[in-house]
Design a protein around this ligand. Structure first.
Ligand code: ADP
Length: 229
């Protein structure tokens, strides 16, 4: 017998146990913030780096419109007005997407949930799927408007931007509070350059779920005299 076979003969197969113990916990993330916070860009970068899919509900809806699907024709006017499409419709789109196998090791959601019923529906979809972390980007209102004005999307005209910001404040901001109470949020300053925000997101997630939402990661305190989102 050579040395190699001697060393393993009759022993339990350690690599089997090892393999089960290193099955990764899914990286289920929500990128949260107002229109123009940079969450789409950060979600793209994060998803590519961690090889998990980015699920952008805005992109899904815009694609449905471009493809002329039934869903597209249902939502076109709503998007043009800057209003939210119905919870039922968006929840069923996300539910369908999360059934696909590529989401098993995790995913980054961008643009969902945007209402409390959507957040509750996401919880139900993630039962036994490894929990959720939320990265919230906080940005000054004037910076949001400056960024959106430079973007040139069809729903980025000034009056539609105003409506989307109002909808955000009314419908979506309460979702942040919903997650803050559960201590799963890292609140980061999205006013800074993209690369700095990217680095900050990685650091916050490395520090782990235990510290998220405890206030440790907040870099933008109220009191600047500027409306913050
Ligand atoms: P932004 O980049 O400005 O945050 P999105 O691309 O996420 O915008 O969304 C564009 C539009 O698509 C929204 O204004 C809304 O009409 C619709 N939409 C996207 N996600 C949702 C959602 N979760 N619930 C309802 N409507 C949504």
């Amino acid at each position: 017998m050579d040395q190699l076979s001697l060393s393993t003969a009759g022993l339990p197969q350690p690599h089997v146990a090892l393999r089960t113990s290193i099955v990764p916990v899914p990286l289920n993330l929500v990128f949260f913030g107002p229109p123009g916070a940079g969450k789409g860009t950060q979600a793209d970068r994060f998803a590519a780096r961690h090889r998990i899919p980015k699920i952008s509900t805005g992109d899904m809806l815009r694609k449905a419109i471009a493809d002329g699907t039934r869903v597209g024709s249902l939502v076109r006017d709503t998007l043009q007005r800057g209003a939210l499409v119905s919870d039922d419709l968006i929840i069923s789109l996300v539910a369908e997407r999360l059934e696909q196998a590529d989401t098993r090791n995790g995913f980054v959601l961008d643009g969902f949930p945007r209402t409390i019923p959507q957040a509750a529906a996401l919880d139900a979809l993630l039962v036994d799927r490894g929990g959720l972390n939320v990265v919230a980007l906080v940005v000054h209102a004037d910076e949001v408007i400056r960024r959106l004005a430079g973007r040139g999307r069809e729903d980025d005209e000034a009056y539609v931007i105003r409506e989307r910001l109002a909808v955000y404040a009314r419908e979506t901001e309460p979702v942040l509070e919903f997650y803050r109470r559960r201590n799963v949020v890292a609140i980061l300053d999205g006013n800074r350059p993209l690369d700095e925000v990217t680095a900050e997101i990685d650091q916050a997630l490395k520090r782990g779920r235990a510290v998220l939402g405890a206030g440790n990661t907040s870099t933008a305190e109220p009191g600047t005299g500027n409306r913050r989102f």
